[in-house]
Design a binder for this molecule. Structure first.
Ligand SMILES: [Zn+2]
Ligand SMILES: [Zn+2]
Ligand SMILES: [Zn+2]
Length: 213
């Protein structure tokens, strides 16, 4: 696909990307800009953020795609209260997670046996790798996409209804939902610090929104 104007502006050839998700892969045309891995040394769960410049198919102005991979090495006991994994036999763990078998870690809460002490047909609950992606038509939308998930200002649980609706939180029965402030996530702050020098539109949107890193 040719788009001489934007290719010249980006100084490199437009590429076609196909990235995994928990469903069918996402496909788009664009340019890879940068990535951020927020894992530490002894990590068992971490995220990798990838930022792409996105050329919409309708030929509209360049946007951004923020793509996140949520890694987890954690497996749980079968029927554990944690309730965070997908039931699988040891033999078929590779169907649930792309993480290397040797790196997998028992959950510190429900403390399942070590993998080496289990047989091929024993069952555990393995956490899945998750993928999230947001198409942003502008740098301003990208800043919104990088904010923390919405939660209730009063009970700190997930949103329960629209403000003033009186809908109760299933977690605690709170009936006074109001959205808590949603700052940029820490990995997003780090990613923005990396890219603002080379992406003038992002730098400008950050100034407009008075974004502090
Ligand atoms: Zn557990
Ligand atoms: Zn609440
Ligand atoms: Zn609540």
């Amino acid at each position: 696909m040719e788009n001489p104007l934007t290719e010249a502006a980006m100084n490199s050839v437009l590429r076609h990307f196909e990235l995994p998700t928990n469903d069918i892969p996402i496909e788009f045309d664009g340019w890879f800009i940068d990535s951020l891995d927020n894992g530490g040394k002894d990590r068992i769960r971490w995220a990798v953020l990838e930022l792409y410049r996105w050329q919409p198919k309708d030929g509209g102005p360049l946007g951004y795609i923020l793509y996140t991979i949520g890694h987890s090495l954690v497996y749980h006991d079968l029927d554990a209260e944690c309730n965070k994994g997908v039931v699988t036999t040891i033999e078929n763990i590779g169907d649930v997670t792309p993480e290397p078998f040797a790196d997998l870690e028992p959950c510190p809460d429900c403390a399942p046996p070590e993998l080496d002490d289990l047989d091929d047909d024993d069952q555990i609950e393995m956490e899945e790798t998750w993928y999230k992606w947001v198409q942003c038509r502008s740098a301003g939308e990208l800043l919104t996409a990088g904010r923390k998930e919405a939660k209730c200002r009063n009970c700190f649980h997930r949103p329960h209804g629209i403000p003033g609706s009186g809908e109760k939180c299933r977690g605690c029965g709170c009936d006074d939902y109001a959205e808590a402030p949603r700052p940029l996530s820490i990995p997003m702050q780090r990613l923005l610090a990396q890219v603002k020098g080379k992406e003038p539109e992002i730098a400008m949107a950050m100034r407009e929104k008075k974004t502090q890193l």
